[in-house]
Design a protein around this ligand. Structure first.
Ligand SMILES: Cc1ncc(COP(=O)(O)O)c(C=O)c1O
Length: 392
């Protein structure tokens, strides 16, 4: 992995443990973005080329998910993907969604309460257990009016993996669809939509997909997508055959594009797509299996090192729950970006003063490992934590 690390200038002079906020951008991705900007500055390049990068990003992302390109729409972020899917479902008043809001990022919470206000749906909020999704409680909350169950693949705080397969098996048996917020998992750990058994999944490219803000993807299983009328439409979501998208149709026909492509709208974030396509090429070369092994191995090393110092690592010793995020503190305390415990706030200051870049999320210090990190990063953090513990 040393040759991979060399592609990330951001690993120099700091210990960057914040992929869960946004990932470091590697040099080839920055160069791809600059190439796009150069074309815009010089007035060269054309739309067909720009679209080519969008299609390259879409198909690379699809293969990372084990999906086909037609099952992936191009969006601008996770929230847009979640909203497009949720608002396109044929809700009837009294239908419900099952969700664990305390573990969800706010971007997968507001939309459901909005659908409650606008479409009369019921939001069935299930509590977590020890900071994690309790699959049993989720399944128990499903009834015949449940249209959707939504869970994060890896939560933003405390960063645990959800047993998505168990949720999907249970939901399917009860006739509900499963929508996954995969903001934190895609690009870090294997996220195969067939293995997970999900119907829809949203992701954006600024975290473990190592590229820019403002581009995301929405996966929707083909049969599910093709049974839906999108809540938002524009020319790129229509199958116009040989007709140019510039030619408006006035006959009222709505030739929705195949699969999830019907959720594509107007012009794409071509800058973001070119960057993401390059990052996805890089991840493809490395192989997601290797990435996962690397980031989970380092996360386990970090969790064990901090536990040896007696620090409250959420979830305890590394186990099935652990992905690439290690949280210290008490899950669920504090606000979105604060901790209640003054000692933890002090540890946060000590780490940041020591050159560590990490986040505070919902009462925990969140450290997240990227493909560019190595054992020296982890050992540096454990040593800083050791100094802090012994100074108290
Ligand atoms: C689980 C999760 N969902 C969603 C988001 C963000 O959503 P969006 O890309 O729409 O800003 C984040 C982090 O920023 C996240 O961690």
């Amino acid at each position: 992995m040393n040759e991979i690390r060399a592609l990330f200038p951001g690993v120099q002079g700091q210990v960057y443990l914040d992929v869960a906020l946004r990932g470091l951008v590697p040099t080839p991705v920055a160069e791809a973005a600059q190439a796009h900007l150069r074309e815009r500055v010089m007035g060269s390049g054309d739309k067909a080329d720009f679209q080519g990068h969008v299609e390259r990003a879409r198909s690379r992302l699809a293969s990372l998910l084990g999906a086909s390109a037609d099952e992936v729409a191009v969006t601008k972020n996770v929230s847009e993907g979640l909203n497009l899917f949720a608002s396109s479902l044929p809700w009837e008043r009294g239908d419900n969604v099952v969700i664990c809001p305390e573990v969800e990022h706010p971007n997968n919470v507001f939309l459901w309460y909005n659908l409650r206000a606008t479409r009369g749906i019921e939001v069935r909020a299930v509590p977590p257990t020890g900071g994690t999704i309790d699959v049993g409680s989720i399944l128990e909350a499903i009834d015949r009016r449940t249209r959707v169950v939504t869970v994060p693949h890896v939560s933003f705080s405390p960063g645990f993996r959800t047993d998505v397969r168990a949720v999907s098996d249970g939901a399917r048996a009860r006739g509900a669809l499963v929508l996954v917020d995969a903001a934190q998992s895609v690009g870090a750990i294997r996220t195969d939509v067939e293995d997970l058994g999900v119907d829809a999944l949203a992701v954006a490219t600024q975290k473990a997909l190592l590229s820019l803000y403002g581009l995301g993807f929405l996966y929707v299983r083909r049969e599910v997508a093709e049974a839906l009328r999108p809540s938002h439409v524009a020319r790129y979501g229509m199958d116009l055959g040989t007709e140019s998208g510039e030619t408006a149709r006035s006959d009222g026909a709505l030739p929705y594009a195949a699969g999830a492509r019907r959720f594509d709208l107007g012009n794409f974030n071509y800058l973001g797509a070119r960057a993401a396509a390059t990052a996805l090429d890089l991840l493809h070369e490395i192989g997601i299996g290797r990435v996962e092994e690397h980031v989970r191995g380092l996360a386990a090393r970090l969790a064990e090192g901090l536990l040896r110092l007696g620090l409250p690592v959420v979830g305890g010793p590394p186990g099935q729950h652990l992905a690439h995020i290690v949280a210290v503190g008490r899950a669920g305390e504090g606000h979105h970006d604060t901790v209640d415990d003054p000692a933890l706030a002090d540890l946060y200051r000590h780490l940041t003063d020591g050159g560590v870049r990490l986040s505070v999320r919902k009462g925990v210090l969140r450290m997240s490992i990227g493909v560019y990190n190595d054992a020296s990063d982890v050992d540096h953090v454990v040593e800083l934590a050791r100094q802090w513990v012994s100074s108290r």
